[in-house]
Ligand binder design. Structure first.
Ligand code: ADP
Length: 157
């Protein structure tokens, strides 16, 4: 059984994240989406809500599971018996950061591989930070996020 861990802030979940989850669910037996609630980092959406929005958005993906974790992703992967850390790559900017993270994680645990999926062209410019910026300025985020996320910001959960 091949399990992939897709860890991130998902603050909030975007269509780019969802595309990576959908594609990965066809490659791996199980995809565990792990919301990292880093206490040092001020989040835009409370972690409880981030988790609920992901649950709602992936409810039709039968082999997707959601969890939350505060710590090293390799430790979480080991705890769950997963051998793959899944990451999405949008650009060379992502690459430099992701390469460093992958090499750090490889050094921490050589039994766990980082696997990258290149973003679909239509999502390569979509980021949680852009969505937050649009929201702060009263813009329309509907083209960038799943329906549940759009409704959350319109009406609350
Ligand atoms: P982090 O806080 O770890 O950067 P994010 O929630 O921003 O977490 O992203 C989690 C993962 O999803 C990262 O590997 C990131 O590169 C990837 N990702 C983010 N946006 C997209 C997108 N539009 N298309 C593909 N991958 C993406």
């Amino acid at each position: 059984m091949k399990t992939a861990i897709y860890a991130g802030s998902f603050d909030p979940l975007t269509n780019g994240h969802l595309d990576i989850i959908k594609r990965a669910s066809k490659i791996f037996d199980k995809v565990i989406i792990v919301v990292s609630y880093n206490c040092n980092k001020q989040s835009f959406v409370p972690s409880e809500d981030r988790i609920n929005l992901i649950k709602e958005s992936v409810k039709d993906i039968k082999n997707a599971e959601i969890d939350a974790f505060d710590g090293l992703t390799v430790d979480y992967a080991k705890k769950r018996g997963a051998e793959v850390l899944l990451r999405g790559l949008r650009s060379s900017v992502d690459f430099d950061y992701e390469k460093e993270m992958a090499q750090i994680n490889f050094t921490l645990n050589k039994g766990i591989e980082t696997v990258f999926l290149i973003s679909a062209p239509e999502y390569s410019f979509v980021s949680s930070s852009a969505v937050r910026e649009i929201l702060k300025n009263g813009g329309d985020i509907s083209k960038f996020v799943p329906e549940a996320v759009n409704l959350y910001f319109k009406h609350g959960i």
